[in-house]
Design a protein around this ligand. Structure first.
Ligand SMILES: *[C@@H]1O[C@H](CO)[C@@H](O)[C@H](O)[C@H]1NC(C)=O
Ligand SMILES: *[C@@H]1O[C@H](CO)[C@@H](O)[C@H](O)[C@H]1NC(C)=O
Length: 375
């Protein structure tokens, strides 16, 4: 670590200079928060947890990290958004070269204004790649695929023009723009709410299922993982409801492995509570704002991920003040780290439940009024 190597230098020089230098080092180590490290003498790119990164910052961080850690992370081009931004994915492994491991798939910021999500996804990537020693158990038999910015057009629009913007930026008619990506999946599409068909609503589900390039990218990676029998867990990052929920959202029926979902979610919620005191609710999606169709969670479960979660991060700062989508810079680090603890805990429990010896198939048969059991 950079911080440790600088301490060595402090032992030289006069007492005054030593004291002064020590203060500087302590300050800079504090500010860097341990995210600025060396590995094999190379300087890892810094992930700044004190501000929300732009699209450009995110692309640059991924590129720099991948250039320095070729054995553990490679970038995969997931195509382009409506406005031609890159849907960049990070594929993370432990570098042992063993192909076809099971995989955990994470996407972040399907909803543009949920600013904590992309930076948390980057932190997940950093923890798995740079802080590998501590987290290697999460990669022994599992790869991670992370799409840190699923809606780059909406995110930039939210950052630069209208902070409450939630959707994409594709035109719906001459006045209204944007599809809610988390209503655009082909599962109970436009079910249960008239809003979903209104091109001027912020819940507009799109002109058809998978009308948006961003949802098609998420779909394609899901299908690829499931079809190669690798899809273990799907996790979609959202903010700021402080909850972890699981299928179904479209209808109030239980899945056959509801108890397993609840156990995994509860494990993560407990870890967070013990560590930071934040209480996360755990529940089937249906109990969260009621029924709605077209969401990525249900689609992932339907196509064959045996476990799937939406992780709604907390938007509360250290003093308990609720900031929802836009916590101030000073609160970003704590919230990101808290969420990483939750994500890591979800993964470790899912891995414990689905060791390589347990087949992913046949899994609990999905039960839903709207889904015919014919794959
Ligand atoms: C949506 O799913 C239905 C079956 O449930 C299928 O017939 C249809 O082709 C799908 N549409 C798209 C765009 O994927
Ligand atoms: C989360 O959503 C539920 C359901 O709408 C609501 O009752 C609860 O107050 C929300 N919690 C937060 C922290 O926003």
């Amino acid at each position: 670590m950079l911080c440790q190597s600088q301490y060595a230098v402090i032992t030289f020089g006069g007492i005054m200079w030593r004291a002064l230098f020590a203060i500087l080092v302590i300050y800079s180590c504090h500010v860097e928060g341990g995210s600025f490290r060396r590995s094999g003498g190379r300087q890892e790119p810094q992930l700044n947890l004190d501000e929300y990164p732009s699209y450009e910052d995110i692309m640059k961080y991924l590129k720099d990290l991948a250039r320095l850690n070729r054995n553990r992370i490679h970038l995969r081009d997931g195509g382009r958004s409506y406005e031609n931004r890159k849907l960049q994915m990070a594929v993370i492994s432990n570098g042992d070269g063993r192909p076809n491991k099971r995989a955990i798939f994470i996407d972040a910021a399907l909803h543009a204004r949920e600013w904590l999500c992309p930076i948390t996804a980057l932190y997940v990537i950093q923890q798995l790649v740079v802080n590998y020693q501590e987290n290697s158990y999460l990669l022994d038999d599992y790869d991670w695929v992370v799409l840190p910015l699923a809606n780059p057009d909406g995110y930039e629009y939210s950052r630069n023009v209208d902070d409450y913007w939630r959707n994409t930026r594709s035109p719906n008619n001459e006045h209204c723009y944007g599809t809610d990506l988390n209503r655009n999946f082909n599962y109970s599409w436009i079910m249960e709410s008239s809003d979903l068909k209104d091109p001027c609503s912020e819940n507009f589900a799109g002109s058809g299922p998978f009308s948006e390039p961003e949802t098609r990218t998420v779909r394609d990676i899901m299908l690829e993982l499931v079809e190669s029998n690798r899809g273990l867990m799907y996790l979609s990052l959202h903010s700021a409801n402080r909850s972890i929920y699981y299928p179904w959202r479209d209808y109030g029926e239980r899945t056959n492995n509801k108890a397993e979902h609840e156990e995994i979610a509860k494990h993560a919620a407990d870890r967070i509570y013990w560590s930071t005191g934040t209480r996360m609710s755990t529940m089937p999606g249906y109990f969260y704002h009621g029924m709605v169709g077209g969401i990525s969670l249900d689609y992932a479960f339907k196509v064959g991920f045996p476990v799937a979660f939406i992780f709604e991060m907390s938007g509360k700062d250290q003093n308990g003040v609720e900031h929802k989508f836009f916590p101030p810079s000073s609160a970003i680090r704590g919230l990101v780290q808290e969420s990483w603890l939750g994500i890591r805990s979800l993964a470790e429990k899912a891995i414990e439940k689905y060791p390589p010896s347990r087949p992913l198939w046949p899994r609990a048969k999905p039960k839903s009024k709207f889904w015919n059991w014919n794959w």
